[in-house]
Design a protein around this ligand. Structure first.
Ligand SMILES: Cc1cc2nc3c(=O)[nH]c(=O)nc-3n(C[C@H](O)[C@H](O)[C@H](O)COP(=O)(O)OP(=O)(O)OC[C@H]3O[C@@H](n4cnc5c(N)ncnc54)[C@H](O)[C@@H]3O)c2cc1C
Length: 482
């Protein structure tokens, strides 16, 4: 019989939630094992072209489709999770989002006075910069001109980056892993310290099932095509909205947790392009620099940002084929682009079909369609004001902010996780990733995922009686038989 190490915590997923938790738990002296389905890339190893990046860094090649095949969900499958492939725009929630979270979940800590300490703590590990006007690319200038002509309020975006040299760089690869160590992903912020403090990371480990016990959790998965079982006192699910929900569904928790899979939100995004007379070079420097700051838009449930992507992604946004499509792509450097991101009101549902595959049931409701249409109308107006020769609207909806499925709340009937971030009735399971969001905030989600993960780490340490003066009890480890 093979003897295996017994950990204090197994963390499934190394993204915005998992890496933050690993950092704070190892800081307190706990033994932590991190399991990640994706590969661990060093900065100089990231794929250098978009197609290999899609294949190598995302689930299903970046093509997790909704059941109606109208929305494409993109999520990272790599050490660092979504933070490797995201734009790293890091916003705190405003009062509107916090109040709505508090009302829906009944969790008092969703307030400015209670969350500020968590925001401050995680921000102290990140280099955050507002993109200065001197670093804007042509697309940002068009966005600003349109907003100003229409008298709309705009604001600079805050981004996690360091020495990015936006003004001069033409690297385009930002969403395929940052080779400059500029983007403040988990692999340049929380993960290195967790590893230095003794966290054990196993990449390319796909977790299939978890079994909850009174004193330990068993985690089943495959690594190098071999079945493995690992044990810990507690298991933290940090596999993201889709991954965490899917794991609990696969592990048979639905019978005890009626709300499991409910409440899925995704901020559906619609990218609208405009063909301009002059070169725009929207791919240069930071793809995104500006956001709308119109209270009216916030009330109406949408926001606008300048945005762009590499040529493969842009090609997929345009319908048609042949010469017409070729002409469109030949004008890549003349394209401007603005997205409307909808604060989706009506949730979808995640469930398994009879073949055991995850189904993302997320049709766009009338109300959310109307929110999108209100934003699209503003974009058309902006592009008309700024001299667009042609406006190209993509029929594809993109979902990058995947949230819900295991929402936080007070009772088992309508939620999955309690105030201590424990799964209701399963105290050895903790969740603090995007899956616990009770609704869509309408704001970039990852900074709040980090902040609530810091809060969850404090709740876990308090459970073990650990505080500033009392360290984690060592040794925690005992041998478990596999
Ligand atoms: C293109 C893009 C741009 C974005 N831009 C922004 C932005 O600018 N600002 C912002 O705030 N947010 C942005 N996001 C969203 C943001 O990245 C996510 O909200 C955030 O990373 C979610 O954190 P998480 O911890 O919930 O999950 P993730 O970061 O997704 O981490 C989950 C990890 O768990 C792993 N995993 C899943 N299932 C298993 C399993 N069974 N076994 C082992 N491992 C598993 C995954 O591989 C993944 O690495 C963007 C996302 C994308 C795709």
């Amino acid at each position: 019989m093979q003897q295996q190490r017994f950990y204090d915590f197994i963390i499934i997923g190394t993204g915005a939630s998992g890496s933050v938790l690993a950092h704070y738990l190892t800081t307190a002296g706990a033994s932590v094992c991190m399991l990640e389905a994706g590969r661990h890339f060093r900065p100089n190893q990231f794929p250098s072209d978009e197609l290999h990046a899609n294949a190598g860094l995302t689930w299903n090649g970046g093509m997790d489709s909704s059941h109606d095949a109208r929305t494409v969900c993109i999520r990272g499958k790599v050490v660092g999770g979504g933070t490797i492939i995201n734009n790293c725009l890091l916003d705190r929630f405003d009062d509107i989002a916090l109040d709505d979270f508090r009302t829906k979940s009944g969790m008092d800590f969703y307030s400015r006075s209670r969350m500020d300490q968590h925001y401050q703590e995680v921000e102290s590990h990140l280099n955050l910069e507002y993109i200065p006007e001197s670093d804007w690319n042509g697309n940002a200038h068009i966005y600003a001109e349109g907003f100003d002509k229409l008298g709309l309020k705009r604001a600079p975006l805050r981004r996690g980056q360091k020495n990015c040299d936006n003004a001069n760089n033409d690297c385009v690869v930002c969403l395929g892993g940052c080779p400059r160590r500029s983007k403040q992903s988990m692999t340049v912020s929380f993960l290195p310290s967790a590893l230095a403090q003794g966290a054990h990371l196993i990449d390319q480990f796909h977790v299939h099932q978890i079994v909850h016990g009174h004193k330990q959790v068993a985690v089943y998965g495959t690594h190098n095509k071999t079945s493995k079982i690992l044990y810990a006192r507690k298991c933290i699910l940090a596999a993201g909205s889709l991954g965490t929900t899917e794991l609990l569904l696969r592990s048979g928790f639905a019978k005890n947790l009626p709300a499991l899979g409910q409440g899925f939100h995704c901020h559906p995004q619609f990218m609208t392009m405009a063909l301009m007379n002059d070169i725009v070079d929207a791919h240069k420097g930071a793809f995104q620099a500006l956001k709308s700051d119109e209270p009216r838009f916030r009330q109406q449930g949408f926001k606008l940002e300048n945005v762009f992507a590499g040529p493969a992604a842009i090609a997929m946004l345009k319908t048609g084929f042949g010469e017409q499509h070729q002409d469109f792509m030949a004008n890549y450097r003349r394209l401007a682009c603005i997205e409307v991101a909808v604060r989706d009101e009506v949730p979808g549902r995640l469930h398994l079909n009879n073949k055991g595959h995850l189904v993302i049931d997320k049709p766009l409701s009338d109300i959310d369609q109307q929110r999108a249409e209100a934003g699209l109308q503003q974009i058309r107006d902006i592009f008309r004001e700024t001299g667009a020769k042609r406006i190209i609207e993509s029929p594809l909806r993109i979902a990058l902010h995947l949230m819900g499925g295991c929402s936080i709340g007070q009772d088992r009937a309508s939620s999955v996780v309690n105030e201590q971030f424990q799964v209701h009735d399963f105290p050895n399971l903790t969740i603090a990733d995007g899956s616990i969001y009770p609704l869509a905030p309408g704001i970039n989600p990852s900074l709040t995922i980090m902040a609530q993960s810091h809060r969850a780490s404090q709740a876990l340490l308090a459970e073990f009686g650990v505080n500033n003066t009392i360290p984690f009890q060592q040794p925690m480890n005992r041998e478990a038989s596999a």
